[in-house]
Ligand binder design. Structure first.
Ligand SMILES: Nc1ncnc2c1ncn2[C@@H]1O[C@H](COP(=O)(O)OP(=O)(O)OP(=O)(O)O)[C@@H](O)[C@H]1O
Ligand SMILES: O=C(O)C1=C[C@@H](O)[C@@H](O)[C@H](O)C1
Ligand SMILES: [Mg+2]
Length: 174
């Protein structure tokens, strides 16, 4: 049995995309907290926020984090999972936390190509690029605090998986 791997980072950094490939490479299960909430509540993020506000979504997301935590699992978290200190502590205590780091321009170009508005309702009411700059400025320190390893997420998903595997391997070897 091996402890779970949590992927953290901003919207569009590739937590879901890389998580699926990483789980396959490791022979682990894959879960995504956004997808878990979608299937268990039968509501999109936008629906939950419309009914319960962002506070309600954040409470549900913290519950989802605890529910999906299991051995031999790669867990793609929502972009705001690190906002709660209790979530950051929980992830660090229960597994290995990887921050997939990318600059705002790259995140914006990915999100403009695939907005998925139901799962990514606006956080600030501002245009995508402005919103990402603002959100990254507010969260960068939190992603770094949560992470055991920071990986450059500007490359191809295959290269990112290789970098995560190298980070995990190095950590075990030392
Ligand atoms: N390394 C990459 N290179 C190019 N495009 C990528 C890469 N990783 C993800 N993408 C694309 O960017 C978009 C967002 O990726 P993904 O959904 O995996 O991000 P996320 O971190 O899970 O976002 P969220 O926090 O909103 O769940 C997708 O359309 C995906 O195909
Ligand atoms: O960055 C965020 O705050 C979010 C990211 C998505 O993964 C979803 O969890 C939701 O849209 C909120
Ligand atoms: Mg995702």
């Amino acid at each position: 049995m091996t402890q779970p791997i949590y992927l953290v980072g901003a919207r569009g950094c590739g937590k879901t995309t890389v998580g699926v490939a990483l789980a396959q490479a490791l022979g682990f299960n894959f879960v995504d907290t956004d997808h878990y909430l979608l299937t268990t509540t039968e509501m999109s993020v936008a629906d939950i926020v419309a009914q319960e506000g962002w506070d309600g979504f954040r409470r549900r997301e913290s519950g989802a984090l605890q529910s999906v935590t299991a051995p031999d699992t790669v867990i793609a978290t929502g972009g705001g999972m690190v906002l709660a200190e209790s979530n950051r502590q929980f992830m660090r205590e229960h597994g290995v936390v990887i921050y997939l780091r990318a600059p705002a321009q790259i995140l914006a170009s990915r999100l403009e190509a695939f907005p998925e508005e139901g799962q990514r309702p606006t956080l600030t009411g501002r245009p995508i690029t402005d919103e990402i700059v603002e959100v990254l400025a507010a969260r960068e320190a939190l992603y770094n605090q949560a992470a055991h390893h920071v990986v450059d997420a500007t490359r191809s998903p295959e290269d990112i998986v290789a970098a995560v595997l190298a980070a995990l391997h190095t950590a075990h070897a030392s």
